[in-house]
Design a protein around this ligand. Structure first.
Ligand code: FES
Length: 159
């Protein structure tokens, strides 16, 4: 594994424990997740105990301790979205991709996660594809989105 360069992220933030969240956000942006070795370096350079670094990394949904796929599909399973059928969307993922929420497809194309309420309840069920909010999702709409994210072309009807 290539060594992660944290110099630009840590520039001007060393020995400043209150900068932890900002540093982790930048690390997440740069690497796509929070690698263990990088978290040890962040702990040392900011002067924050490693257990506290992990506590923050686990608390916020924006952070991932595992590499995510190129496409992050987030399904809201909060109460309003659940009532509007978000469980059907989760089942669509299971059937179509063969993965559970929190997992990534073997080819690294798609990671699926669930969250509880993203503040757009009236438009649910909500799916977030990377940073784009998709309202009133149905299993059919999600199937097309997952096909596109996976890079699959639509098969001909007669094939
Ligand atoms: S429950 Fe899904 S946006 Fe609020």
């Amino acid at each position: 594994m290539a060594k992660i360069n944290l110099d630009s992220i840590l520039e001007g933030r060393r020995s400043q424990p209150h900068m932890l969240v900002e540093v982790l956000l930048d690390l997440q942006d740069q690497e796509g997740y929070l690698p263990e070795e990088a978290l040890k370096t962040v702990s040392k350079e900011l002067g924050v105990p490693l257990i506290d670094v992990y506590r923050v990394a686990h608390f916020y949904k924006a952070f991932s301790l595992k590499p995510r796929g190129k496409n992050l599909i987030t399904i809201c399973t909060g109460t309003a979205c659940h009532v509007r059928g978000s469980d059907l969307l989760v089942n669509q993922v299971r059937g179509q991709l063969g993965i559970e929420p929190g997992e990534t497809t073997a080819d690294g194309q798609i990671t699926v996660e669930c969250v509880n309420c993203v503040g757009a309840c009236a438009l649910g069920p909500i799916v977030i594809h990377n940073d784009a909010y998709c309202k009133n999702m149905t299993p059919g709409k999600l199937r097309k989105k997952l096909d596109k994210a996976a890079g699959r072309k639509k098969e001909a009807k007669d094939a």
